[in-house]
Design a protein around this ligand. Structure first.
Ligand code: ZN
Ligand code: ZN
Length: 374
C-alpha cells in the first residue's frame, strides 16, 4: 500500500489536475501490486486527503488491475492492494470504460512507456468531448519510486548478486583455450537455472581475444584463444530481481599493455566506489572513474557510462554518467562498471553492484577482482 500512496503523492505534484493514473508498464504493475503476469494495466484513482471544491468524489475510489482470461487464478493469488478485473476484450479498452464510468476526467499516463499508437487507441475509447483533454502525459513516476529499494527488495537483490558470485567461481573452471564462447555461456545459464534462477537478466556476454574490445560482445561460436582477455558479463533473475556483474580474466601470459589497462580499470572502479555516498551527484561518481583513466591515457577508450540502477529491471535509474546531476540516495542499488576497449586489440571491464548506504557503498558482488591469468 505504501508504494501506491507514494505514487499518488508523486502524481499529485506532477499533474495536479489528474484524478487517476493509468500504469501499463508490466514491471511497474508488478512493483505496485505484486502481479507478475505479462498483460496488465493498473488504474490508480487519486486518494484525496480533503475533498474540496476542485476535487470530485470518484464513484469507485479503489485501484483496479485489469488483465485477461489467462491470468484469472494467478491474478487473484498475487494481486495486493488492488481489485482484479478480468477483461473480455483489450484490457486498455476496459480500463478506459471503467474510468469513464467511475467519473474520472483526467488520467495521467507514463509518457515513456506509452507508444503513440497506444495513446491514439486510448483516446478512441474515451467518448465525445472528454477525449481531447482526458489523457495527460507525466514522467515515469513509478520508475522513479523504484530507484530506491526497500528492505525486502534489497534482500532479493542481495540473494541474486550472491548467486551470480557463486556461478562466477564455477564459471572459472570452464574457461580454456579452444572452447567456444557459447559453451561457457550455456554452462553458466544451465547452472543458473539449476540454482533456482528464473532466467538470465540479459544476454550473457562472453567476449574473448580481440572480441573483448566489444563492450557488448554477446557469446558467439568463436573459440577462445590461447592468449588474450575473456570478458564475462552476466546476471541472473531471482524472485524477480536482477543481478549484474562483470569480471575479466586473461588466458595465457598478458602483455604489459594488457596488464596496465586492467590495473587502470580496477583503480578507476575502486575510485568510483569510493565516491559513492548519499547526496553525491551521479556525474561525480562517473568522473571519479573517468579521471583515473584520463591519467592513464585510457579515457578515450572508456566509451560508455560508469553504471546504472538495477532492480526488477536490469537497467533502471539512476544513470551513473557524465554530467548527471541526480543525487544518490541510501537504498539505491547501482552498478559501477568502467572498462577500456582498444579496437582490434583487447578490452577489459570490471563491474560490481553497490548498495548506497548511509555512509557509502556496500558491494553486493564480492567475487575476486584480483588479476587472474589462466
Ligand atoms: Zn553487466
Ligand atoms: Zn551493467
Amino acid at each position: 500500500m505504501l508504494r501506491l500512496k507514494k505514487l499518488s503523492a508523486a502524481l499529485q505534484s506532477a499533474s495536479p489536475k489528474a484524478d487517476a493514473m493509468l500504469i501499463t508498464h508490466p514491471i511497474d504493475v508488478r512493483y505496485l501490486t505484486g502481479f507478475t503476469g505479462s498483460n496488465a494495466a493498473l488504474v490508480l484513482p487519486l486518494e484525496r486527503p480533503s475533498p474540496g471544491k476542485t476535487w470530485r468524489r470518484l464513484r469507485v475510489p479503489k485501484p483496479v488491475m485489469f488483465t485477461d482470461g489467462r491470468y484469472i487464478q494467478q491474478a487473484k493469488q498475487e494481486t495486493k492492494h488492488a481489485g482484479v478485473a478480468i477483461a473480455q476484450g483489450p484490457i486498455l479498452r476496459e480500463a478506459c470504460a471503467w474510468m469513464v464510468d467511475a467519473g474520472v476526467r483526467r488520467c495521467a499516463f507514463d509518457a515513456e512507456h506509452t507508444t503513440v499508437a497506444t495513446l491514439d487507441m486510448l483516446r478512441q475509447w474515451i467518448p465525445g468531448k472528454q477525449r481531447r483533454s482526458f489523457f495527460q502525459p507525466v514522467p515515469p513516476l513509478a520508475a522513479g519510486l523504484r530507484e530506491t529499494k526497500d528492505v525486502e527488495e534489497i534482500g532479493r537483490i542481495r540473494a541474486a548478486a550472491q548467486l551470480g558470485c557463486r556461478l562466477f567461481e564455477d564459471l572459472l573452471t570452464q574457461i580454456e583455450a579452444g572452447k567456444r564462447e557459447i559453451d561457457v555461456a550455456a554452462h553458466l545459464e544451465f547452472a543458473a537455472r539449476m540454482a533456482g534462477a528464473e532466467g538470465m537478466s540479459f544476454e550473457t556476454i562472453v567476449a574473448s581475444g580481440a572480441r573483448s574490445a566489444l563492450p557488448h560482445g554477446n557469446a558467439t561460436g568463436q573459440r577462445m584463444p590461447r592468449r588474450g582477455f575473456v570478458v564475462l558479463d552476466f546476471g541472473v533473475m531471482l524472485k524477480g530481481y536482477c543481478s549484474d556483474m562483470t569480471r575479466t580474466v586473461h588466458l595465457g601470459r598478458a602483455t604489459a599493455a594488457e596488464r596496465d589497462a586492467y590495473e587502470a580499470v580496477l583503480e578507476a572502479q575502486f575510485a568510483a566506489i569510493a565516491a559513492v555516498r548519499p547526496g553525491v551527484q551521479c556525474g561525480e561518481v562517473d568522473e571519479a572513474a573517468r579521471s583515473v583513466l584520463r591519467r592513464a591515457k585510457l579515457a578515450d577508450f572508456f566509451t560508455h557510462s560508469t553504471g546504472h540502477g538495477v532492480g526488477l529491471e536490469i537497467h533502471e535509474g539512476p544513470r551513473i554518467a557524465a554530467q548527471q546531476q541526480q543525487t544518490l540516495k541510501a537504498g539505491m542499488v547501482i552498478t559501477i562498471e568502467p572498462g577500456v576497449y582498444l579496437p582490434g586489440r583487447f578490452g577489459a571491464r570490471i563491474e560490481d553492484m553497490a548498495l548506497v548506504t548511509r555512509s557509502g557503498a556496500e558491494i553486493l558482488t564480492p567475487a575476486t577482482k584480483a588479476w587472474i591469468e589462466m
